[in-house]
Each structure stands twice: as structure tokens, then as C-alpha cells.
Design a protein around this ligand. Structure first.
Ligand code: PRE
Length: 358
């Protein structure tokens, strides 16, 4: 077969695909109308997961789970926009890793709003300017993001889903040759995490060769304007500002992962077959020993697997008291979870149950 023949074949399949996608969107429109009547939420992460699980289970052909997921997340994004366009706020700037996390959930087609702080993301969701917000919660090298956990305590927003992004840095430049590069833009921590690469390719350089800027996306933007410069930035930032990627994955450690929360207002997920629940517990401080240990013991008694416990100081009062963010396997309406929730109803705030990714 010639290339022309093969392309004709592809054109024919694409026609069929488009016809099927149009058919799918017709059904989705009906779902949207139904949801409008019943006032139910559009975004259903657990349903999206079950569709991807089902399709990945067929194990036929060349489509891997990752490939199916990548394509379907875009299909879902188009579907949701058809049902009701929903804006997604994230901790910016454009091209940040949080932007990448947002796109990994909501696809490239959604209506995004880049905001300058974690607090402003929470506020935009609280006031309804955005339907969902995306914020970092922890990094496996740096630990918890205090601002996010404190705002989850202060506000009444819920966790809709979690996402995990491996932090990969790329080296992007418009220069033809490495020897043409006179400066490299990046953020301090990115320079720090790519030391081996910089040592290997650039060795000893004057201090002004490495230019620190506020964000890796800004670095990409600057590198786009000067062909004799380069930037260490995220893949998405290099793409966004059209700076060719010369090297990918240049970070010293491959184990750099950040976990994000997708937050929403008045949001309850339906139960899936693999849920995780996050709560905030403020245990009474009666000065007697064992309050925390007895509380934790209840989880074991109910056969609930605890995944995380993070303590934060109570700001008010004279004592150095603590409250806890806790995570465990299970759905908040499960009988064993409810036993604990009811017993401690005044002390527990449930932040949501959602599909477990890690
Ligand atoms: C659909 C779209 C958005 C939801 O997040 C989940 C699934 C889909 O395209 O399949 C349809 C839908 O709205 C639904 O099943 O509730």
C-alpha cells in the first residue's frame, strides 16, 4: 500500500470516529438536560474513572490505558462543556505544574482561570467565579503545603478529586547550539533540582549566566523572547510559549511528585469501588493522656486503613493545641466510617470522599 492509500484509510476511519463522537455528544446533551432538571452536578470523576477502567479492561489493540485515558479526558472535557461550561481556577501562572495537574483532569478544552495565590483559588470557588479549583497539597520531597491545608480548615469547600503529577523539568531554548546560550532562566528550586544536568552541560559559569525568576513559566516566556537564552521549565510551559525542548527530564531525582486537590463547593461524589476520605479532626483537649491514641484505635476497631495524619497548630488560645488532617480508605457513608463520624460528630469535619489515585 502507498502512503496515499494508507492516508485514505485513515481519513475514512476519522470520518467514522467523528460520526460516533457526534452521536456520543447527542447523548451527552440529553444527560445535560436531565441534570439541569434534577439540578445534579456535571462533573462526575467516579463515572469518568469507571468508563476508563472498563475500556482499559478490554486489552485489545494498540491503545494502552494511558492512551485511552489521554483521549477520554479530552472527550469528557468536551462533554462537560456541552452540558454546562464550568470554569476551573488554578494556582498560576499559566504553564505551572498546577496548570498541568488541572489539564490532566479537565483536558485542554476547558475554561481556565490562572490565579496568583492558593487563597485566591479558594475564594474564586467559594464565590462561584469558578466551579472547581486546583491547588497543590503535598510534594514527596518538600512535604505538606500548609496554606492549602489551613484553607481547607477555614473554608467550607470540599475535595472533589486528587491528581498526582511527576515533576519533570525540561531544558527549552530557541538557540541552535548549546554554545550560543548566554543565560539560563529558571526558579531557584528548579535550578536546585537540576544541578547534575547543569554541571554536566555547562560546568563552571559566571553567576549571571543563571538568572533566577519568580516561576518556571516566566522563565519559558523570557526564553521565548531571546534566542540566546534557555529556560528550565515544565513541559507545558515550553509548549505554551513555543520554546523548543532540547532535553526532557533533566531533574536529578525521578521521584519528585506533587499531589493536588480539585476543590469544589457543595460537592458530593457518588461511591466508587476505590474511595478515599479526608477529614479534619479537632479532638477535645481535656488534658488527659491518650485522647489521640484512643481516637486512632477506633479506626483499627472499625477495620479502616488510615493513610495519613498531619497535625496543624490551633492558632487561637494560650495552649499549643493541634488539629489533624486525616485520610483513610473508604467512603464517608460506609457503615464503619459513619460509626466514627457519628460518635465524634462535633469534632470531625468531612472534606469529602473521592476516587483514590495514590
Ligand atoms: C460524562 C461527562 C461528564 C461527567 O464527568 C461524566 C461522564 C461523559 O462524557 O461520559 C457524562 C455525564 O455527565 C455523566 O455520566 O454523568
Amino acid at each position: 500500500m502507498t502512503l496515499d492509500d494508507l492516508r485514505k484509510n485513515i481519513d475514512q476511519i476519522d470520518d467514522e470516529l467523528l460520526e460516533l463522537l457526534n452521536k456520543r455528544m447527542e447523548v451527552v446533551k440529553h444527560v445535560g438536560e436531565l441534570k439541569k432538571h434534577t439540578k445534579t452536578v456535571i462533573y462526575r470523576p467516579e463515572r469518568e474513572k469507571s468508563i476508563i477502567d472498563r475500556l482499559s479492561g478490554y486489552e485489545s489493540g494498540l491503545m494502552t490505558r494511558a492512551a485511552i485515558e489521554a483521549i477520554y479526558l479530552e472527550i469528557f472535557a468536551v462533554s462537560r462543556n456541552l452540558e454546562l461550561p464550568e470554569r476551573i481556577a488554578y494556582l498560576g501562572p499559566e504553564g505551572s505544574f498546577t496548570h498541568q495537574a488541572a489539564e490532566s483532569r479537565f483536558g485542554a478544552m476547558s475554561d481556565y482561570l490562572a490565579l496568583p495565590s492558593i487563597r485566591s483559588v479558594f475564594e474564586s470557588v467559594d464565590t462561584g467565579r469558578a466551579r472547581f479549583g486546583v491547588v497543590p497539597i503535598e510534594n514527596n520531597l518538600e512535604g505538606i503545603v500548609k496554606e492549602t491545608i489551613d484553607l481547607l480548615n477555614e473554608t467550607d469547600l470540599k475535595i472533589v478529586a486528587e491528581a498526582v503529577i511527576s515533576v519533570h523539568f525540561t531544558f527549552a531554548t530557541k538557540a541552535e547550539k548549546l554554545s550560543d546560550i548566554t543565560k539560563i532562566y529558571s526558579k531557584d528550586i528548579a535550578f536546585g533540582q537540576c544541578e547534575k544536568f547543569l554541571e554536566e552541560y555547562f560546568g563552571a559559569k559566571d553567576e549571571d549566566f543563571f538568572v533566577q525568576v519568580d516561576s518556571t513559566s516566566k522563565a519559558a516566556k523570557l526564553a521565548a523572547q531571546d534566542p540566546n537564552s534557555a529556560s528550565i521549565c515544565s513541559h507545558i510551559a515550553a509548549k505554551l510559549f513555543n520554546v523548543p525542548i532540547l532535553f526532557d527530564n533533566i531533574q536529578d531525582s525521578a521521584q519528585n511528585r506533587t499531589r493536588f486537590f480539585i476543590i469544589g463547593k457543595d460537592f458530593i461524589n457518588q461511591k466508587s469501588d476505590n474511595d478515599k476520605t479526608t477529614i479534619i479532626a479537632k479532638l477535645p483537649d481535656d488534658g488527659k493522656p491518650g485522647t489521640l491514641v484512643r481516637f486512632l484505635q477506633e479506626f483499627e476497631n472499625q477495620g479502616i486503613n488510615l493513610l495519613k495524619i498531619e497535625s496543624r497548630p490551633v492558632r487561637e488560645g494560650e495552649q499549643f493545641n493541634f488539629w489533624f488532617l486525616m485520610e483513610f480508605d473508604g467512603y464517608f457513608l460506609d457503615e464503619n466510617v459513619q460509626t466514627i463520624m457519628k460518635r465524634h460528630s462535633a469534632e470531625i469535619k468531612c472534606l469529602g470522599s473521592y476516587v483514590k489515585i495514590i
